[in-house]
Write a protein that binds this ligand. Structure first.
Ligand code: DGT
Ligand code: CA
Ligand code: CA
Length: 580
Protein backbone atom coordinates (compact mmCIF):
# COMPACT_ATOMS: atom_id res chain seq x y z
CA UNK A 1 0.00 0.00 0.00
CA UNK A 2 1.38 3.43 -0.88
CA UNK A 3 1.78 5.78 2.07
CA UNK A 4 -0.22 8.97 1.64
CA UNK A 5 0.48 12.35 3.18
CA UNK A 6 -2.66 11.91 5.26
CA UNK A 7 -1.21 8.73 6.82
CA UNK A 8 1.96 10.54 7.83
CA UNK A 9 -0.02 13.55 9.06
CA UNK A 10 -2.04 11.24 11.30
CA UNK A 11 1.16 9.81 12.77
CA UNK A 12 2.34 13.35 13.54
CA UNK A 13 -1.00 14.29 15.06
CA UNK A 14 -0.83 11.22 17.29
CA UNK A 15 2.71 12.04 18.36
CA UNK A 16 1.67 15.61 19.14
CA UNK A 17 -1.32 14.40 21.17
CA UNK A 18 0.73 11.95 23.18
CA UNK A 19 3.53 14.47 23.81
CA UNK A 20 0.97 17.00 24.96
CA UNK A 21 -0.67 14.45 27.26
CA UNK A 22 2.77 13.82 28.76
CA UNK A 23 3.15 17.56 29.31
CA UNK A 24 5.99 18.02 26.82
CA UNK A 25 6.97 21.57 25.98
CA UNK A 26 4.61 23.38 23.67
CA UNK A 27 7.30 24.08 21.10
CA UNK A 28 7.92 20.40 20.36
CA UNK A 29 4.19 19.66 20.22
CA UNK A 30 3.62 22.50 17.81
CA UNK A 31 6.42 21.30 15.52
CA UNK A 32 4.53 18.05 14.93
CA UNK A 33 1.19 19.79 14.46
CA UNK A 34 2.72 22.19 11.93
CA UNK A 35 4.32 19.24 10.18
CA UNK A 36 0.94 17.49 9.92
CA UNK A 37 -0.68 20.64 8.55
CA UNK A 38 2.13 21.13 6.04
CA UNK A 39 1.74 17.54 4.79
CA UNK A 40 -2.00 17.91 4.37
CA UNK A 41 -1.58 21.07 2.34
CA UNK A 42 1.24 19.77 0.21
CA UNK A 43 0.36 19.62 -3.48
CA UNK A 44 2.19 16.29 -3.99
CA UNK A 45 2.80 13.07 -2.14
CA UNK A 46 5.82 13.18 0.15
CA UNK A 47 6.55 9.58 -0.89
CA UNK A 48 6.95 10.74 -4.49
CA UNK A 49 9.13 13.68 -3.49
CA UNK A 50 11.39 11.32 -1.61
CA UNK A 51 11.51 8.89 -4.50
CA UNK A 52 12.60 11.77 -6.71
CA UNK A 53 15.42 12.52 -4.30
CA UNK A 54 13.97 15.78 -2.94
CA UNK A 55 15.19 17.22 0.35
CA UNK A 56 12.09 17.50 2.55
CA UNK A 57 13.74 20.01 4.87
CA UNK A 58 13.22 22.52 2.07
CA UNK A 59 9.52 22.48 2.96
CA UNK A 60 8.37 25.12 5.43
CA UNK A 61 7.90 23.74 8.93
CA UNK A 62 9.84 20.52 8.21
CA UNK A 63 13.17 20.25 10.01
CA UNK A 64 15.65 17.37 9.96
CA UNK A 65 13.87 15.42 12.72
CA UNK A 66 10.49 15.55 10.99
CA UNK A 67 11.99 14.85 7.57
CA UNK A 68 13.63 11.71 8.97
CA UNK A 69 10.30 10.56 10.42
CA UNK A 70 8.50 11.17 7.12
CA UNK A 71 11.10 9.00 5.38
CA UNK A 72 10.73 6.36 8.09
CA UNK A 73 6.94 6.19 7.69
CA UNK A 74 7.22 6.14 3.89
CA UNK A 75 9.78 3.33 3.94
CA UNK A 76 8.61 1.21 6.88
CA UNK A 77 4.95 2.13 7.31
CA UNK A 78 5.57 2.79 11.01
CA UNK A 79 7.27 5.29 13.29
CA UNK A 80 9.41 4.18 16.22
CA UNK A 81 8.97 7.47 18.08
CA UNK A 82 5.20 6.97 18.07
CA UNK A 83 5.59 3.34 19.14
CA UNK A 84 7.77 4.45 22.05
CA UNK A 85 5.23 7.03 23.20
CA UNK A 86 2.47 4.45 22.94
CA UNK A 87 4.46 2.12 25.19
CA UNK A 88 4.98 4.88 27.74
CA UNK A 89 1.28 5.66 28.16
CA UNK A 90 -1.73 3.44 28.91
CA UNK A 91 -3.08 1.98 25.68
CA UNK A 92 -6.65 3.29 26.08
CA UNK A 93 -5.64 6.87 26.78
CA UNK A 94 -5.81 8.13 23.17
CA UNK A 95 -9.39 6.84 23.01
CA UNK A 96 -10.33 9.52 25.55
CA UNK A 97 -9.28 12.18 23.05
CA UNK A 98 -12.18 11.21 20.85
CA UNK A 99 -14.71 12.25 23.46
CA UNK A 100 -16.26 15.68 22.95
CA UNK A 101 -14.48 18.40 24.86
CA UNK A 102 -11.44 16.30 25.74
CA UNK A 103 -8.16 17.56 24.31
CA UNK A 104 -4.65 16.51 25.33
CA UNK A 105 -4.50 19.06 28.18
CA UNK A 106 -7.60 17.71 29.88
CA UNK A 107 -6.53 14.12 29.28
CA UNK A 108 -3.20 15.05 30.91
CA UNK A 109 -5.08 16.17 34.02
CA UNK A 110 -7.25 13.04 34.04
CA UNK A 111 -4.24 10.79 33.76
CA UNK A 112 -1.83 12.47 36.15
CA UNK A 113 -4.26 13.85 38.75
CA UNK A 114 -6.90 11.10 38.89
CA UNK A 115 -5.13 8.14 37.27
CA UNK A 116 -7.96 7.81 34.77
CA UNK A 117 -7.12 6.16 31.48
CA UNK A 118 -10.20 4.33 30.23
CA UNK A 119 -13.68 5.57 29.27
CA UNK A 120 -15.12 3.33 32.01
CA UNK A 121 -13.00 4.97 34.71
CA UNK A 122 -13.90 8.37 33.34
CA UNK A 123 -17.59 7.57 33.42
CA UNK A 124 -17.39 6.45 37.04
CA UNK A 125 -15.53 9.62 38.01
CA UNK A 126 -18.08 11.77 36.18
CA UNK A 127 -20.94 10.02 37.95
CA UNK A 128 -19.24 10.43 41.34
CA UNK A 129 -18.71 14.16 40.73
CA UNK A 130 -14.93 13.87 40.90
CA UNK A 131 -14.19 15.72 37.66
CA UNK A 132 -15.60 19.15 38.40
CA UNK A 133 -12.71 20.20 40.63
CA UNK A 134 -9.97 19.27 38.20
CA UNK A 135 -8.15 22.22 36.61
CA UNK A 136 -9.84 23.11 33.32
CA UNK A 137 -13.03 21.21 34.17
CA UNK A 138 -16.27 22.29 35.85
CA UNK A 139 -19.76 20.98 36.58
CA UNK A 140 -20.84 21.69 32.99
CA UNK A 141 -17.96 19.76 31.43
CA UNK A 142 -18.56 16.95 33.85
CA UNK A 143 -22.23 16.67 32.91
CA UNK A 144 -21.45 16.87 29.18
CA UNK A 145 -18.89 14.08 29.50
CA UNK A 146 -21.32 11.94 31.40
CA UNK A 147 -23.91 12.23 28.63
CA UNK A 148 -21.32 11.67 25.93
CA UNK A 149 -20.03 8.55 27.67
CA UNK A 150 -23.51 7.15 28.03
CA UNK A 151 -23.93 7.26 24.23
CA UNK A 152 -20.32 6.13 23.79
CA UNK A 153 -21.13 2.86 25.53
CA UNK A 154 -24.39 2.22 23.72
CA UNK A 155 -23.57 3.21 20.14
CA UNK A 156 -21.32 1.82 17.44
CA UNK A 157 -18.60 4.14 16.19
CA UNK A 158 -19.54 6.07 13.05
CA UNK A 159 -17.13 7.28 10.38
CA UNK A 160 -17.24 10.73 8.84
CA UNK A 161 -18.17 10.53 5.16
CA UNK A 162 -14.77 11.77 3.97
CA UNK A 163 -12.99 9.25 6.12
CA UNK A 164 -15.28 6.41 4.98
CA UNK A 165 -14.48 7.47 1.40
CA UNK A 166 -10.77 7.06 2.08
CA UNK A 167 -11.40 3.40 2.90
CA UNK A 168 -14.18 2.72 0.41
CA UNK A 169 -12.50 3.98 -2.75
CA UNK A 170 -9.41 1.74 -2.73
CA UNK A 171 -11.51 -1.23 -1.62
CA UNK A 172 -13.93 -0.73 -4.52
CA UNK A 173 -10.98 -0.46 -6.91
CA UNK A 174 -9.60 -3.71 -5.47
CA UNK A 175 -12.89 -5.57 -5.88
CA UNK A 176 -13.30 -4.29 -9.46
CA UNK A 177 -10.14 -6.18 -10.37
CA UNK A 178 -11.76 -9.55 -9.57
CA UNK A 179 -12.08 -11.55 -12.80
CA UNK A 180 -15.75 -11.91 -13.75
CA UNK A 181 -16.91 -9.06 -11.50
CA UNK A 182 -19.02 -6.53 -13.33
CA UNK A 183 -20.57 -3.94 -11.07
CA UNK A 184 -19.29 -2.81 -7.66
CA UNK A 185 -21.34 -0.16 -5.85
CA UNK A 186 -21.30 1.08 -2.26
CA UNK A 187 -24.94 1.39 -1.18
CA UNK A 188 -26.30 2.28 2.28
CA UNK A 189 -25.81 5.61 4.05
CA UNK A 190 -22.59 6.12 2.08
CA UNK A 191 -24.49 6.32 -1.18
CA UNK A 192 -27.05 8.61 0.41
CA UNK A 193 -24.16 10.93 1.28
CA UNK A 194 -24.88 10.99 5.00
CA UNK A 195 -22.36 13.01 7.01
CA UNK A 196 -21.42 9.90 8.99
CA UNK A 197 -21.51 6.25 7.98
CA UNK A 198 -21.97 3.24 10.27
CA UNK A 199 -20.72 0.58 7.87
CA UNK A 200 -20.17 0.05 4.15
CA UNK A 201 -22.75 -1.97 2.23
CA UNK A 202 -21.20 -3.12 -1.02
CA UNK A 203 -23.12 -4.79 -3.83
CA UNK A 204 -21.47 -6.66 -6.68
CA UNK A 205 -22.61 -8.58 -9.70
CA UNK A 206 -20.24 -11.38 -10.63
CA UNK A 207 -20.05 -14.42 -12.86
CA UNK A 208 -18.75 -16.31 -9.83
CA UNK A 209 -19.83 -14.67 -6.57
CA UNK A 210 -17.35 -16.81 -4.62
CA UNK A 211 -14.47 -15.12 -6.43
CA UNK A 212 -15.64 -11.70 -5.18
CA UNK A 213 -15.96 -13.01 -1.61
CA UNK A 214 -12.48 -14.55 -1.78
CA UNK A 215 -11.05 -11.32 -3.15
CA UNK A 216 -12.56 -9.36 -0.22
CA UNK A 217 -11.03 -11.77 2.29
CA UNK A 218 -7.65 -11.26 0.61
CA UNK A 219 -7.80 -7.48 0.95
CA UNK A 220 -4.82 -6.49 3.02
CA UNK A 221 -6.76 -4.16 5.31
CA UNK A 222 -9.16 -6.90 6.42
CA UNK A 223 -8.35 -7.84 10.02
CA UNK A 224 -11.38 -9.97 10.84
CA UNK A 225 -13.88 -12.04 8.87
CA UNK A 226 -17.16 -12.13 10.79
CA UNK A 227 -19.04 -14.13 8.21
CA UNK A 228 -18.34 -15.50 4.74
CA UNK A 229 -20.88 -17.49 2.74
CA UNK A 230 -21.37 -18.13 -0.97
CA UNK A 231 -22.93 -14.80 -1.83
CA UNK A 232 -22.28 -12.58 1.17
CA UNK A 233 -19.58 -11.71 3.66
CA UNK A 234 -19.01 -9.36 6.55
CA UNK A 235 -15.51 -8.23 7.46
CA UNK A 236 -13.82 -5.60 9.62
CA UNK A 237 -11.11 -3.33 8.21
CA UNK A 238 -8.05 -2.33 10.22
CA UNK A 239 -9.59 1.09 10.87
CA UNK A 240 -12.53 -0.62 12.60
CA UNK A 241 -14.92 -0.05 9.73
CA UNK A 242 -17.31 -2.93 9.00
CA UNK A 243 -17.97 -3.98 5.40
CA UNK A 244 -20.99 -6.00 4.26
CA UNK A 245 -20.56 -7.43 0.78
CA UNK A 246 -23.39 -9.02 -1.19
CA UNK A 247 -23.25 -10.58 -4.61
CA UNK A 248 -26.59 -10.28 -6.43
CA UNK A 249 -27.98 -11.49 -9.75
CA UNK A 250 -27.79 -9.04 -12.65
CA UNK A 251 -31.55 -9.07 -13.22
CA UNK A 252 -32.16 -8.10 -9.56
CA UNK A 253 -29.38 -5.54 -9.29
CA UNK A 254 -31.64 -2.47 -9.33
CA UNK A 255 -34.00 -3.87 -6.70
CA UNK A 256 -31.10 -4.93 -4.47
CA UNK A 257 -29.35 -1.58 -4.90
CA UNK A 258 -32.55 0.16 -3.98
CA UNK A 259 -33.15 -2.04 -0.96
CA UNK A 260 -29.62 -1.73 0.44
CA UNK A 261 -29.35 1.98 -0.26
CA UNK A 262 -32.23 2.64 2.09
CA UNK A 263 -32.90 4.50 4.14
CA UNK A 264 -34.99 2.04 6.03
CA UNK A 265 -37.62 4.74 6.53
CA UNK A 266 -37.74 5.43 2.78
CA UNK A 267 -38.03 1.72 2.00
CA UNK A 268 -40.87 1.26 4.43
CA UNK A 269 -42.78 4.25 3.04
CA UNK A 270 -42.28 2.95 -0.49
CA UNK A 271 -43.51 -0.52 0.40
CA UNK A 272 -46.64 1.02 1.92
CA UNK A 273 -47.26 2.92 -1.30
CA UNK A 274 -46.74 -0.30 -3.28
CA UNK A 275 -49.19 -2.25 -1.15
CA UNK A 276 -51.88 0.34 -1.84
CA UNK A 277 -51.39 -0.46 -5.54
CA UNK A 278 -51.55 -4.22 -4.96
CA UNK A 279 -47.78 -4.54 -5.50
CA UNK A 280 -44.92 -5.95 -3.47
CA UNK A 281 -41.36 -4.56 -3.35
CA UNK A 282 -38.35 -6.46 -2.01
CA UNK A 283 -34.64 -6.83 -2.79
CA UNK A 284 -35.45 -9.04 -5.81
CA UNK A 285 -37.88 -6.80 -7.61
CA UNK A 286 -41.39 -5.37 -7.81
CA UNK A 287 -44.09 -8.05 -7.99
CA UNK A 288 -47.80 -8.35 -8.74
CA UNK A 289 -48.63 -11.74 -7.32
CA UNK A 290 -45.91 -13.97 -8.75
CA UNK A 291 -45.34 -11.82 -11.79
CA UNK A 292 -42.12 -9.79 -11.64
CA UNK A 293 -42.64 -6.30 -13.07
CA UNK A 294 -39.26 -4.66 -12.51
CA UNK A 295 -35.90 -4.90 -10.75
CA UNK A 296 -33.04 -4.71 -13.19
CA UNK A 297 -32.50 -1.01 -12.59
CA UNK A 298 -33.49 1.30 -9.76
CA UNK A 299 -35.37 3.48 -12.23
CA UNK A 300 -37.49 0.46 -13.19
CA UNK A 301 -38.39 -0.09 -9.53
CA UNK A 302 -39.65 3.47 -9.17
CA UNK A 303 -41.34 3.40 -12.58
CA UNK A 304 -43.30 0.25 -11.66
CA UNK A 305 -44.75 2.26 -8.75
CA UNK A 306 -45.57 5.17 -11.03
CA UNK A 307 -42.75 7.35 -9.71
CA UNK A 308 -39.81 9.16 -11.29
CA UNK A 309 -36.31 8.17 -10.12
CA UNK A 310 -35.54 9.56 -6.66
CA UNK A 311 -31.84 10.37 -6.08
CA UNK A 312 -30.28 8.48 -3.12
CA UNK A 313 -29.55 11.67 -1.15
CA UNK A 314 -33.29 12.38 -0.89
CA UNK A 315 -34.27 8.93 0.37
CA UNK A 316 -34.87 9.78 4.02
CA UNK A 317 -38.65 9.82 4.02
CA UNK A 318 -38.69 13.58 4.40
CA UNK A 319 -41.33 14.25 1.77
CA UNK A 320 -39.46 12.91 -1.28
CA UNK A 321 -42.07 10.28 -2.14
CA UNK A 322 -44.89 12.82 -2.03
CA UNK A 323 -42.82 15.27 -4.11
CA UNK A 324 -42.06 12.51 -6.61
CA UNK A 325 -45.75 11.65 -6.92
CA UNK A 326 -46.59 15.25 -7.65
CA UNK A 327 -43.70 15.73 -10.08
CA UNK A 328 -42.09 18.24 -7.70
CA UNK A 329 -38.69 16.62 -7.09
CA UNK A 330 -35.89 19.20 -7.14
CA UNK A 331 -33.19 18.87 -9.78
CA UNK A 332 -30.27 18.57 -7.37
CA UNK A 333 -27.12 20.67 -7.64
CA UNK A 334 -23.95 18.90 -8.85
CA UNK A 335 -20.26 19.59 -8.36
CA UNK A 336 -20.02 20.75 -11.98
CA UNK A 337 -22.56 23.48 -11.24
CA UNK A 338 -20.15 25.27 -8.89
CA UNK A 339 -18.27 28.11 -10.59
CA UNK A 340 -16.10 29.20 -7.69
CA UNK A 341 -15.45 29.11 -3.98
CA UNK A 342 -16.24 31.93 -1.54
CA UNK A 343 -14.25 30.98 1.58
CA UNK A 344 -10.56 30.11 1.90
CA UNK A 345 -7.46 31.02 3.90
CA UNK A 346 -3.86 31.72 2.99
CA UNK A 347 -0.61 31.67 4.94
CA UNK A 348 -1.24 35.32 5.78
CA UNK A 349 -3.26 33.78 8.66
CA UNK A 350 -3.63 30.09 9.47
CA UNK A 351 -3.63 28.66 5.95
CA UNK A 352 -0.50 26.99 4.66
CA UNK A 353 -0.38 28.00 1.02
CA UNK A 354 0.29 31.46 -0.36
CA UNK A 355 -2.25 33.64 -2.16
CA UNK A 356 -0.65 32.80 -5.52
CA UNK A 357 -0.64 29.06 -4.76
CA UNK A 358 -4.29 29.01 -3.71
CA UNK A 359 -5.29 30.92 -6.84
CA UNK A 360 -3.26 28.64 -9.10
CA UNK A 361 -4.84 25.58 -7.48
CA UNK A 362 -8.37 26.98 -7.92
CA UNK A 363 -7.67 27.72 -11.58
CA UNK A 364 -6.26 24.25 -12.05
CA UNK A 365 -9.57 22.89 -10.76
CA UNK A 366 -11.44 24.78 -13.45
CA UNK A 367 -13.03 27.35 -11.16
CA UNK A 368 -13.79 30.88 -12.36
CA UNK A 369 -13.32 32.73 -9.07
CA UNK A 370 -11.96 32.33 -5.57
CA UNK A 371 -12.64 34.60 -2.60
CA UNK A 372 -9.75 35.05 -0.20
CA UNK A 373 -11.24 35.26 3.28
CA UNK A 374 -8.54 35.17 5.92
CA UNK A 375 -9.28 35.56 9.61
CA UNK A 376 -9.62 38.95 11.30
CA UNK A 377 -7.40 40.28 14.07
CA UNK A 378 -9.32 39.02 17.07
CA UNK A 379 -8.25 35.46 16.24
CA UNK A 380 -4.71 36.04 17.46
CA UNK A 381 -3.97 32.30 17.46
CA UNK A 382 -4.63 32.27 13.72
CA UNK A 383 -2.54 35.45 13.27
CA UNK A 384 -5.69 37.29 12.15
CA UNK A 385 -5.45 40.35 9.90
CA UNK A 386 -5.76 43.90 11.21
CA UNK A 387 -6.81 46.72 8.86
CA UNK A 388 -3.29 47.42 7.71
CA UNK A 389 -2.46 43.84 6.79
CA UNK A 390 -5.86 43.37 5.13
CA UNK A 391 -5.32 46.48 2.99
CA UNK A 392 -1.93 45.09 1.97
CA UNK A 393 -3.51 41.80 0.99
CA UNK A 394 -6.17 43.63 -0.99
CA UNK A 395 -3.46 45.48 -2.91
CA UNK A 396 -1.71 42.17 -3.61
CA UNK A 397 -5.01 40.75 -4.92
CA UNK A 398 -5.49 43.79 -7.17
CA UNK A 399 -2.02 43.25 -8.63
CA UNK A 400 -2.70 39.55 -9.14
CA UNK A 401 -6.01 40.27 -10.88
CA UNK A 402 -4.33 42.83 -13.14
CA UNK A 403 -1.69 40.31 -14.09
CA UNK A 404 -4.30 37.62 -14.81
CA UNK A 405 -6.29 40.07 -16.93
CA UNK A 406 -3.17 41.13 -18.88
CA UNK A 407 -2.52 37.46 -19.61
CA UNK A 408 -6.08 37.10 -20.89
CA UNK A 409 -7.04 34.70 -18.08
CA UNK A 410 -10.75 34.66 -17.25
CA UNK A 411 -10.38 34.23 -13.50
CA UNK A 412 -11.13 36.63 -10.70
CA UNK A 413 -9.73 36.69 -7.19
CA UNK A 414 -12.32 38.22 -4.90
CA UNK A 415 -11.31 40.33 -1.92
CA UNK A 416 -12.88 39.11 1.27
CA UNK A 417 -12.41 38.44 4.96
CA UNK A 418 -13.76 35.95 7.44
CA UNK A 419 -14.46 38.55 10.05
CA UNK A 420 -15.12 37.60 13.62
CA UNK A 421 -18.61 38.26 14.97
CA UNK A 422 -17.96 39.78 18.39
CA UNK A 423 -20.03 38.68 21.39
CA UNK A 424 -22.13 41.86 21.14
CA UNK A 425 -22.86 41.30 17.44
CA UNK A 426 -20.31 43.82 16.18
CA UNK A 427 -17.75 42.95 13.51
CA UNK A 428 -14.03 42.77 14.21
CA UNK A 429 -12.92 45.35 11.58
CA UNK A 430 -14.04 48.94 10.88
CA UNK A 431 -16.64 49.73 8.19
CA UNK A 432 -14.40 51.88 5.98
CA UNK A 433 -12.18 48.82 5.49
CA UNK A 434 -14.97 46.23 5.16
CA UNK A 435 -16.68 48.48 2.61
CA UNK A 436 -13.75 48.11 0.21
CA UNK A 437 -14.09 44.32 0.00
CA UNK A 438 -16.03 42.33 -2.58
CA UNK A 439 -17.64 40.29 0.19
CA UNK A 440 -17.64 39.89 3.95
CA UNK A 441 -17.92 36.38 5.32
CA UNK A 442 -18.65 36.60 9.04
CA UNK A 443 -18.59 33.91 11.68
CA UNK A 444 -18.71 33.10 15.37
CA UNK A 445 -15.39 31.82 16.73
CA UNK A 446 -15.73 32.43 20.45
CA UNK A 447 -18.28 32.40 23.28
CA UNK A 448 -20.01 29.29 22.00
CA UNK A 449 -21.87 28.89 25.28
CA UNK A 450 -24.03 32.02 25.23
CA UNK A 451 -27.70 31.42 25.95
CA UNK A 452 -29.97 30.78 22.97
CA UNK A 453 -31.43 34.27 23.22
CA UNK A 454 -28.01 35.96 23.39
CA UNK A 455 -26.42 33.84 20.67
CA UNK A 456 -29.36 34.46 18.33
CA UNK A 457 -29.36 38.20 19.08
CA UNK A 458 -25.62 38.33 18.44
CA UNK A 459 -25.88 36.80 14.96
CA UNK A 460 -29.04 38.71 13.95
CA UNK A 461 -27.34 41.96 14.95
CA UNK A 462 -24.25 41.11 12.91
CA UNK A 463 -26.48 40.51 9.90
CA UNK A 464 -27.96 43.98 10.30
CA UNK A 465 -24.53 45.26 9.44
CA UNK A 466 -24.45 46.91 5.98
CA UNK A 467 -21.38 45.01 4.77
CA UNK A 468 -22.32 41.55 6.04
CA UNK A 469 -22.55 39.12 3.09
CA UNK A 470 -22.36 35.47 4.21
CA UNK A 471 -22.71 33.78 7.60
CA UNK A 472 -19.95 31.17 7.79
CA UNK A 473 -20.46 27.74 9.44
CA UNK A 474 -23.79 28.91 10.88
CA UNK A 475 -24.09 26.56 13.87
CA UNK A 476 -20.42 26.01 14.74
CA UNK A 477 -20.77 22.27 15.21
CA UNK A 478 -17.88 19.88 14.63
CA UNK A 479 -19.18 16.43 13.76
CA UNK A 480 -18.94 14.09 16.77
CA UNK A 481 -16.79 16.67 18.59
CA UNK A 482 -18.66 19.86 19.29
CA UNK A 483 -22.39 20.35 19.48
CA UNK A 484 -23.91 23.24 17.52
CA UNK A 485 -24.22 26.38 19.59
CA UNK A 486 -27.67 27.06 20.84
CA UNK A 487 -29.16 29.37 18.23
CA UNK A 488 -32.58 29.87 16.67
CA UNK A 489 -31.89 28.89 13.05
CA UNK A 490 -35.42 29.69 11.91
CA UNK A 491 -34.89 33.32 12.91
CA UNK A 492 -31.38 33.39 11.43
CA UNK A 493 -32.70 32.10 8.10
CA UNK A 494 -35.55 34.65 8.06
CA UNK A 495 -33.14 37.43 8.92
CA UNK A 496 -30.92 36.40 5.99
CA UNK A 497 -33.96 36.52 3.73
CA UNK A 498 -35.03 39.94 5.01
CA UNK A 499 -31.55 41.43 4.91
CA UNK A 500 -30.57 40.05 1.49
CA UNK A 501 -27.59 38.11 2.77
CA UNK A 502 -26.60 34.45 2.57
CA UNK A 503 -25.74 31.38 4.59
CA UNK A 504 -22.73 29.16 4.09
CA UNK A 505 -22.71 25.42 3.80
CA UNK A 506 -19.17 24.87 5.03
CA UNK A 507 -17.90 21.80 3.16
CA UNK A 508 -15.08 20.92 5.54
CA UNK A 509 -15.61 17.20 6.28
CA UNK A 510 -15.60 17.85 10.04
CA UNK A 511 -18.15 20.66 9.80
CA UNK A 512 -20.71 20.17 7.02
CA UNK A 513 -22.48 23.11 8.59
CA UNK A 514 -25.40 23.88 7.58
CA UNK A 515 -27.07 20.56 8.20
CA UNK A 516 -29.24 18.99 5.48
CA UNK A 517 -32.43 19.94 7.31
CA UNK A 518 -31.37 23.59 7.66
CA UNK A 519 -30.46 23.69 3.94
CA UNK A 520 -33.98 22.58 3.17
CA UNK A 521 -35.38 25.31 5.45
CA UNK A 522 -33.20 27.98 3.82
CA UNK A 523 -34.33 26.85 0.38
CA UNK A 524 -37.97 27.14 1.40
CA UNK A 525 -37.33 30.72 2.53
CA UNK A 526 -35.50 31.55 -0.70
CA UNK A 527 -32.14 32.16 1.00
CA UNK A 528 -29.18 31.37 -1.26
CA UNK A 529 -26.43 29.11 0.07
CA UNK A 530 -22.70 29.45 -0.50
CA UNK A 531 -21.14 25.97 -0.69
CA UNK A 532 -17.63 26.80 0.43
CA UNK A 533 -14.48 24.80 1.14
CA UNK A 534 -13.03 26.93 3.97
CA UNK A 535 -9.76 25.61 2.54
CA UNK A 536 -6.63 26.07 4.64
CA UNK A 537 -4.50 24.42 1.96
CA UNK A 538 -4.55 23.45 -1.67
CA UNK A 539 -5.95 19.97 -1.21
CA UNK A 540 -8.86 21.26 0.88
CA UNK A 541 -10.24 22.97 -2.22
CA UNK A 542 -11.48 19.50 -3.23
CA UNK A 543 -13.69 19.25 -0.13
CA UNK A 544 -16.49 20.97 -2.09
CA UNK A 545 -17.65 17.45 -3.07
CA UNK A 546 -18.72 16.80 0.54
CA UNK A 547 -20.59 20.09 0.59
CA UNK A 548 -22.37 18.99 -2.57
CA UNK A 549 -23.43 15.71 -0.93
CA UNK A 550 -24.85 17.65 2.01
CA UNK A 551 -26.51 20.23 -0.28
CA UNK A 552 -28.21 17.46 -2.26
CA UNK A 553 -29.45 15.94 0.98
CA UNK A 554 -30.84 19.41 1.71
CA UNK A 555 -32.81 19.44 -1.58
CA UNK A 556 -30.74 22.29 -3.04
CA UNK A 557 -30.86 22.93 -6.78
CA UNK A 558 -28.33 24.86 -8.82
CA UNK A 559 -30.52 27.95 -8.51
CA UNK A 560 -30.38 27.78 -4.69
CA UNK A 561 -26.59 28.02 -4.64
CA UNK A 562 -24.87 31.40 -4.65
CA UNK A 563 -21.58 30.17 -6.12
CA UNK A 564 -23.27 28.41 -9.03
CA UNK A 565 -23.60 31.91 -10.49
CA UNK A 566 -21.15 33.09 -13.13
CA UNK A 567 -19.04 36.01 -11.92
CA UNK A 568 -21.09 38.68 -13.68
CA UNK A 569 -24.27 37.51 -11.93
CA UNK A 570 -22.50 36.93 -8.62
CA UNK A 571 -21.02 40.40 -8.21
CA UNK A 572 -24.34 42.28 -8.03
CA UNK A 573 -25.62 39.67 -5.54
CA UNK A 574 -22.67 40.36 -3.25
CA UNK A 575 -23.53 44.03 -3.14
CA UNK A 576 -26.01 44.44 -0.32
CA UNK A 577 -29.20 46.22 -1.28
CA UNK A 578 -30.12 46.66 2.37
CA UNK A 579 -28.49 49.31 4.54
CA UNK A 580 -29.01 49.42 8.28
P1 DGT B 1 -25.50 3.19 8.64
O1 DGT B 1 -24.75 2.01 8.13
O2 DGT B 1 -25.89 3.09 10.06
O3 DGT B 1 -24.81 4.48 8.36
O4 DGT B 1 -26.89 3.30 7.84
P2 DGT B 1 -27.42 2.46 6.60
O5 DGT B 1 -28.59 3.21 6.08
O6 DGT B 1 -26.33 2.16 5.64
O7 DGT B 1 -28.00 1.16 7.26
P3 DGT B 1 -27.54 -0.36 7.26
O8 DGT B 1 -26.10 -0.52 6.94
O9 DGT B 1 -28.02 -0.93 8.57
O10 DGT B 1 -28.43 -1.01 6.13
C1 DGT B 1 -28.23 -0.69 4.77
C2 DGT B 1 -29.56 -0.54 4.10
O11 DGT B 1 -30.23 -1.81 4.08
C3 DGT B 1 -30.52 0.36 4.81
O12 DGT B 1 -30.32 1.72 4.48
C4 DGT B 1 -31.83 -0.15 4.30
C5 DGT B 1 -31.62 -1.60 4.18
N1 DGT B 1 -32.14 -2.27 5.38
C6 DGT B 1 -31.44 -2.76 6.40
N2 DGT B 1 -32.27 -3.32 7.30
C7 DGT B 1 -33.52 -3.13 6.84
C8 DGT B 1 -34.82 -3.46 7.31
O13 DGT B 1 -35.00 -4.04 8.37
N3 DGT B 1 -35.85 -3.09 6.52
C9 DGT B 1 -35.69 -2.46 5.34
N4 DGT B 1 -36.72 -2.11 4.61
N5 DGT B 1 -34.49 -2.12 4.89
C10 DGT B 1 -33.43 -2.47 5.62
CA1 CA C 1 -24.38 1.01 6.13
CA1 CA D 1 -24.84 -2.76 6.82
Amino acid sequence: MPIHNEDIAQVFDQIADLLEIQGENAFRVRAYRNGARELRGLGQEAAQLLAAGADLTDLPGIGTALAAKIAEVVHTGTCQALKKLERELPADLPELLRLPGLGPKRVHALHYDLDIHTPEQLYRAAKDGRLRDLPGFGPKTEAALRTALETHFTSEPRFKLASAARYAEPLVAWLRQTPGVDRVVVAGSYRRGRETVGDLDILVTARQPAAAIARLRDYEEVVQVLEAGDTRATVILRAGLQVDLRAVAVECFGAALHYFTGSKAHNIALRTLARAQGLKVNEYGVFRGRQRLAGETEASVYAALGLPYIPPELRENRGEIEAARRGLLPELVTLDDLRGDLHCHTNATDGHASLAEMVAAARQRGRDYLAITDHSKRLTMAHGLDSRRLLEQMAAIDRLNERLASEGVAFRVLKGIEVDILPDGGLDLPDPVLGQLDLVVAGVHSQFHLSRADQTRRVLKAMDHPYFTILSHPTGRLIAEREPYDIDMTRVIRQARDRGCYLELNAHPERLDLSDVHCQMAREEGVLISIASDAHGIQDLDDLCYGIAQARRGWLTKGDVLNSRPLKDLLPLLRRTFHA
